[in-house]
Design a protein around this ligand. Structure first.
Ligand SMILES: [Fe+2]
Length: 338
């Protein structure tokens, strides 16, 4: 029977949350139009081939960086915050002690930054501070698209879910929910967090590591619908990939978009519940439990299962095939045959 490791309440250093990502795009103007008009992100800074964007309530310099490139689109890294810069020193010592190779890097708008690849090759960086920017929610009444408030989480395709879960548990991530399935009761997904919501990083099965999506919180369900309308108005309507709908785990509503380069971004309203107290144990979701939940909406299209952004500098390893997973295409074919 699949199990997950016990939580580590006193990790080697203090990560506070997953906070940002950097992706490459082929047409900067088109991507900028998507992220400012559909997501409603705010431009903090622009120079040359790069743009730094933030959510409307974020005071940090950026939560998304776009870099124009003629190469196939990819994610250069995901970013995490630690509580103070002292934690970065502890992080460096910890990662060296387990055989990883952290290095100090310079980043626009950030304090000291430590970059490394996790044991699976995923590029990631840690910082404690960013340059301060005005909180847009109290300086304007103009909020296009989803009026996205803040970066919430990333979901990563993983070729080895138990190993990913073990590594990130060791860094202090706690599991809010996990999925099991198949005749062998295999672990097929983990939802992990450091901040007080159910998610910071989610691992689901697939060729990996690859970035399945990053997610922003929007003020309301109505703002999520406004993003769909903005997509239609600005000729991005075909990029609404899945939803609106409601997930079972966590019960949050969602809409998934593909950006003009195929990077996937999810919009969710405010997370449904707080995760903080230690008596909140991970929730196990097997087939029987999943059928008894309040999720609604069509199954995902096959591309939602298969497609993900490659990370820079790492070749994905094949992932497991999840038993019993049904795509929208299969669902519609079954209905047509009835
Ligand atoms: Fe998500």
């Amino acid at each position: 029977m699949a199990t997950i490791p016990p939580p580590v309440y006193y990790p080697p250093f203090n990560i506070t949350r997953v906070s940002h990502a950097k992706i490459t795009v082929r047409d900067l103007e088109r991507s900028l139009a998507f992220y400012t008009r559909v997501l409603g992100l705010v431009v903090s800074e622009r120079e040359g081939d790069e743009v730094w964007l933030r959510g409307n309530e974020e005071v940090g310099h950026h939560s998304l960086i776009l870099r124009r490139s003629d190469e196939p689109p990819l994610c250069e890294y995901i970013g995490l915050r630690v509580l103070t810069e002292l934690e970065l020193e502890k992080a460096e010592a910890h990662f060296r002690s387990i055989g990883l190779a952290p290095e100090w890097v310079e980043r626009r708008g950030q304090g000291r930054t430590l970059f490394l690849r996790d044991p699976f090759g995923m590029p990631m960086e840690f910082c404690a501070r960013m340059d301060l920017m005005p909180r847009h929610t109290i300086t304007t009444d103009h909020f296009p698209g989803a009026a996205a408030l803040r970066f919430d989480h990333v979901q990563v395709h993983s070729a080895d879910i138990p190993a990913a879960c073990a590594f990130y548990t060791g860094l202090g991530f706690r599991t809010s929910d996990y999925l099991v399935g198949g005749p062998d009761d295999t672990l097929i997904g983990v939802f992990m967090h450091r901040k007080d919501t159910p998610w910071d990083i989610v691992f689901m099965p697939g060729a990996g590591p690859r970035l399945h999506h990053f997610a922003y919180v929007t003020p309301s369900v109505q703002d999520m619908m406004k993003a769909c309308d903005a997509a239609g108005i600005h000729r991005f309507g075909h990029l609404v990939e899945r939803g609106p709908g409601r997930h079972n785990q966590g019960h949050v509503q969602y809409t998934y978009f593909r950006d003009p380069d195929g990077h996937r971004v999810e919009i969710i309203p405010e997370p449904p519940h707080q995760m903080l107290d230690i008596e909140q144990m991970p929730v196990r979701w097997d087939e029987a439990k999943r059928k008894a939940t309040m999720d609604w909406g069509y199954p995902p299209p096959q591309c939602w299962y298969d497609d993900a952004s490659r990370f820079a500098g790492v070749e994905p390893r094949p992932g497991m095939v999840v038993p019993g997973r049904i795509s929208l295409e299969q669902y519609l074919a079954q209905r047509a045959a009835e």
